[in-house]
Write a protein that binds this ligand. Structure first.
Ligand code: FES
Length: 580
């Protein structure tokens, strides 16, 4: 169907570069011709940026090298002019110390690439964990028409005929090896079988969660986020993104027209229903604040109390992976099942509402996508806890931990940094039992730095050998969405800046009550005041460079970990670049 045009060719942003009869526009046109292009390529056509996060250090986006050609095909078919712009690729596997240190750098990269170039709309190509929120953050701030192309999950892993899930089975078999239950050769075979194709992690980790969030927010085509990367449907979806973005430019359908408060509430609802990664909280809050929407931990807490987990996908589920989710009907099927919890009038990139997009979507396997009446967990995937240990909140994923730890009191065993924890954790004489609360601090946004995914602290070896596979662990770090266990994360404010976590001592009794949403250390206010007076600020993490800027401007986890100066409302909006 022809797009309802709101813009004329002379209104296009790119016309500022290409249309004037002046010396600068001469330069732009002559340099376009240097690339072999002719006026027929650009005159009167929307220029569509393709922000491609492909790199040779990014296994999850390997297919983007060719997939970008499918996007270009769609753009050309619809009468647009594609312009591929490489962006920071943020490989969750290889980038150290943690990709979270660089999420905001990619967000800045995306925003400024769009601002500085002659583009009218953008296809955002991402998927591996931080790339989704980062690209969306940049596109929201720039607010030109944008569509998100999710990389899609890789195929199921395989080892000796057993299905392997990204991350989750790495942790599981690592513990089995430490316990002497599998051999070194087995371990090498697991290594070779756990990631069999291009695409993102195929458990409901951060990548799958955030791709589902992008689609629920209305920023991706219906069903796009569930398609396995290696499926031919993914290629067709990519070219459809190209066709659709051209129409979105003519319709002037920008992110801020899509990203209403209702859109974010929908995303939070779906986060709960899919058994989301805990990282979703941080990213959704950051995106909402960029879109000018007031979303916070309380919104997650409200959704958590009423939305059941119905996606039976690991690690919250016990069996299935994203490939199964796709065959079972994917996100549209799940959305239709929980439509009673959704704001169906929210706008999407299709130019239709979410309700129109999912109308008639079916579920083909009710064990993978459960009916609301038969969930895998009756309440939401995440719970927000508060107390004297975390006045600004912390997070636990009750659906992925042993139920007996949902109400627990035990003595703290405190580590100030990861190396000292790693050095101690396998010692036979470590004073620890299954009831101990392992604590790691100075691992938050500033302390990590970058809030690494250390929160699933290893179970001490002597306990692993006794058969223990879960215990309460608490930190100001994050954890991978593929992780599981009684891990309390994102403690805010973090220890490094003097949050109460900095004051805990080994032996203090820690009390956790998920039902009452509380987390406390049983230490008197007077004693805490004494400890605070004696607390010394740790050494600065960086003295120069990007890290220096990061530690000065990063916000806390409960505020989304954006840079303060990138938040909407920090100052006057940034103007279009001058062209002189
Ligand atoms: Fe890329 Fe998990 S490592 S999605």
């Amino acid at each position: 169907m022809a797009a309802a045009k709101k813009k004329k060719p002379e209104d296009l942003r790119s016309a500022r570069w290409f249309a004037p009869d002046d010396l600068r526009a001469f330069g732009h046109r002559s340099r376009a011709m240097q690339m072999g292009l002719a006026p027929e390529d650009w005159v009167g056509k929307p220029v569509i940026a393709i922000l491609n996060t492909w790199s040779e250090a990014q296994p999850c986006h390997m297919h983007f090298k060719s997939r970008v050609d499918d996007v270009k095909r769609g753009i050309l078919q619809a009468g647009g002019f594609p312009m591929e712009l490489p962006a920071l690729s943020l490989s969750e596997s290889f980038l150290k110390p943690t990709t979270m240190l660089y999420r905001n750098l990619l967000a800045m990269d995306a925003e400024e690439l769009l601002r500085g170039h002659p583009v009218d709309g953008v296809v955002l190509m991402g998927g591996c964990d931080k790339t989704t929120p980062a690209l969306l953050l940049g596109a929201i701030s720039m607010d030109i028409p944008a569509i998100y192309l999710p990389a899609g999950p890789m195929l199921r892993g395989n080892w000796k005929g057993k299905v392997l899930g990204s991350g989750s089975d790495a942790w599981k078999y690592w513990d089995e090896r430490r316990a002497g239950k599998i051999s070194d050769d087995d371990w090498v075979d697991v290594e070779a079988g756990i990631a069999r194709s291009y695409g993102t992690c195929m458990t409901m980790g951060t990548a799958a969660t955030m791709m589902a969030m992008a689609e629920t927010l209305g920023m991706s085509l219906p069903g796009a986020s569930s398609i396995p990367a290696a499926d031919a449907n993914h290629i067709r979806m990519a070219s459809e993104c190209g066709r659709r973005i051209v129409d979105m430019v003519w319709e002037d359908l920008t992110p801020k027209k899509i990203l209403s408060r209702e859109a974010f509430l929908n995303a939070i609802t779906v986060a709960m229903a899919v058994g989301c990664s805990t990282n979703a909280i941080i990213h959704l809050i950051a995106m909402a604040r960029r879109a000018g929407q007031d979303i916070g931990l309380d919104d997650f807490e409200r959704a958590s109390r009423k939305v059941p987990v119905i996606a039976n996908i690991r690690p919250s589920g016990d069996k299935y992976l994203m490939e199964d989710f796709f065959y079972a009907g994917g996100l549209p099927g799940l959305l239709n099942e929980i439509k009673g919890h959704l704001h169906l009038g929210a706008m999407t990139v299709t130019g239709k509402t979410l309700g129109e997009n999912i109308d008639g979507a079916e579920i083909y396997n009710t064990d993978v996508i459960r009916p609301v009446a038969n969930p895998i967990y009756k309440e939401g995937a995440l719970a927000v806890l508060k107390g004297n240990l975390a006045p600004d909140g912390c997070v636990i994923k009750p659906s992925a931990c042993a139920p007996k730890f949902l109400k627990h009191t035990g003595p703290a065993l405190v580590f100030d940094d990861y190396p000292s924890m790693k050095a101690a954790i396998d010692r036979d004489d470590l004073d620890v039992t299954e009831d101990t609360v392992l604590i790691l601090r100075n691992a938050g946004p500033q302390g990590g730095p970058g809030m690494p995914e250390w929160g699933m602290l290893p179970i001490p070896k002597k306990l692993v050998q006794q058969g223990v596979r879960d215990m309460v662990r608490l930190s100001d770090a994050r954890m991978s969405g593929t992780s599981y266990g009684a891990c309390i994360l994102h403690v805010s404010p973090e220890g490094y800046i003097g949050g109460p976590l900095a004051l805990v001592k080994t032996g203090d009794m820690i009390s956790l009550d998920v039902d009452r949403r509380t987390i406390n250390m049983n230490v008197s206010d007077e004693e805490l005041a004494r400890r605070r007076a004696a607390w010394k600020k740790p050494e600065p993490r960086y003295e120069r460079g990007y890290g220096w800027m990061f530690t000065r401007h990063i916000k806390q986890a409960n505020e989304g970990c954006d840079f303060d100066f990138l938040e909407t409302g920090f100052g006057a909006p940034v103007a279009e670049p001058s062209i002189y």
